[in-house]
Structures are given as structure tokens and as C-alpha cells.
Design a protein around this ligand. Structure first.
Ligand code: DQA
Length: 144
């Protein structure tokens, strides 16, 4: 059976393509999903891509990934990265490899983006490569 990788996206990422393109690029979330699906297929994986503007959905989906026996979770938690102790706890609660993903490099940006509650719990982080951050994170999962 093909192993599923959950790809969870947080607030405002539904606006990718329109939102601050000088920072986040011109690819939409659907474009990124397409790129990930192609790469997943060649790696023998399947992706389940989701987006929500609500913190609790991201937490529920982490729990679901564990219950469904997912291979791993890629998570771009958007601004919840820098605020959510609840997401930090959820990542620690699930026994799955969770990889933090960002389009931009938060460490090159405002100071309030330098703290990542997600990164403090995740297995690793890929940031700063635009849409390719997701692809690199998926490739890391395939090598685990
Ligand atoms: C982001 C970085 C966050 O600081 C920001 O709040 C986002 C997007 C990124 O992918 O670069 O919403 O997660």
C-alpha cells in the first residue's frame, strides 16, 4: 500500500500567488500541490494536502495523520508557527516524523518570526526555498 504524507498548511496560505508575491512567490497552493503530487509519485508516496485558517483544524489533522498511519507530516503552520504552543504539543504528542516547512526564511525576517514553536518540536525544518521547500521536505521523508 502506498504511504501517505500529510501536507498541512495554515493561515493565509490559501492566498498564495496573490499574497506578498515578492516574499512568497507566484505559485498558488494548488500549483504546489501539483508539484508535490508529481514528486510523490516518482518517490512511491502519496500526498494528502490540506489548508485551514483555524489552529484547531491543524491539530485535528495531526491527530488524524497518526490514527491513519501516515508516513510523515509536512507542516507550514504560517503565523501559528510563531505563536502556537498547542501545535507544539500536538507535534510532540504524535509519534510521526513531522517536518516544518516555510516558503520564506523566517530567520531573515522580522524578529517575531525567529521563534518557532513548530520547529522546537519538529524533526527538522526546510525554509527559504519558495515552493521548493515542500519538495525538499518530501524528498527528506523518502530518505528516512
Ligand atoms: C511562512 C512564514 C511565516 O512567518 C508567515 O507567517 C507565513 C508564511 C512561510 O511559508 O514563509 O504565513 O510560514
Amino acid at each position: 500500500m502506498t504511504q501517505v504524507v500529510y501536507v498541512l498548511n495554515g493561515p493565509n496560505l490559501n492566498l498564495l500567488g496573490l499574497r506578498e508575491p515578492e516574499i512568497y512567490g507566484h505559485d498558488t497552493l494548488d500549483d504546489i500541490a501539483g508539484m508535490l503530487e508529481d514528486r510523490a509519485q516518482s518517490l512511491g508516496l502519496e500526498i494528502d494536502m490540506r489548508q485551514s485558517n483555524h489552529e484547531g483544524h491543524l491539530i485535528d489533522w495531526l491527530h488524524e495523520a497518526q490514527a491513519q498511519g501516515a508516513r510523515a507530516v509536512l507542516i507550514n503552520a504560517g503565523a501559528y508557527t510563531h505563536t502556537s504552543v498547542a501545535l507544539h504539543d500536538a507535534i510532540k504528542a504524535v509519534q510521526l516524523p513531522v517536518i516544518e516547512v516555510h516558503l520564506s526564511n523566517p530567520h531573515k525576517r522580522e524578529e517575531f518570526r525567529h521563534r518557532s514553536y513548530v520547529g522546537m518540536a519538529a524533526m527538522g525544518t526546510v525554509a527559504g526555498f519558495g515552493a521548493n521547500s515542500y519538495i525538499v521536505a518530501l524528498e527528506a521523508v523518502a530518505r528516512l
